[in-house]
Design a protein. Sequence first.
Lengths: 114, 116
Amino acid sequence: AQSVAQPEDQVNVAEGNPLTVKCTYSVSGNPYLFWYVQYPNRGLQFLLKYITGDNLVKGSYGFEAEFNKSQTSFHLKKPSALVSDSALYFCAVRDMGRDDKIIFGKGTRLHILP
Amino acid sequence: GAGVSQSPSNKVTEKGKDVELRCDPISGHTALYWYRQSLGQGLEFLIYFQGNSAPDKSGLPSDRFSAERTGGSVSTLTIQRTQQEDSAVYLCASSLAVTASTDTQYFGPGTRLTVL
C-alpha cells in the first residue's frame, strides 16, 4: 500500500534563510508526487508535482522540490524564506501503476520568523 | 473561472441529527474527492468519484457516512446521526480525471462542521 510521511510536525526558519520541508514516500510502483499548501483560513492550493523527467521540479511562489528515487524522498525547498510562506504544507503521493487515490501526509507547519 | 465551491461554509448541528454537505466541482472535472481535516490533523481521505461512480469508498469512517454524485457534477456527503467526533472541516476537491498526469486536485474552501 502506498504511504507518505512528513517527519516534522513543525519547521521554524528565519526570514531570508533557505527552507526545507521533508517528505518521504512508499509505493509499489513509480510515484507521482505532489505538494500542496494551506494558508490560514483558506483552502489547499497546489504548489507543484513530479510526474516524470527532471528530478528538480519548480512550482509556485518560488518553491521547488527534488525527487530522489534512492532515498524515496521529495523534499520541498525554497532558497530564501518569506514571512508570507508561513502555512501548513502537505506532501501527497500516488502510485503510477494503479488507478488509486492520492494519499496525503499529515502536514508540516512552517513558521517563518521575521 | 469558478473554482470548487462548497456549502454551507459552516454548519452547527446537534448530536444525532443528519447533515448534508454539498460540493460543486469545477466545470468539466470528472473526478471528485472528499476529505476530512480534523483540528491539528492531516487530510483524511473519505471517498472519490470518477463520473457518478465511486470506485473507492474505503475511507468512509462508518456506515453513517454516505456520498452520491449525480449528473457527473454536484456531490453530496451525508452524515447520519452525527456524533461529536464528526466535527471537522470537510474538504472537497476536483480534478480533470483520475489519471496520474491530470489529477492535480483543486480544493474548495471546505465546510466546517460542529456537532454539539
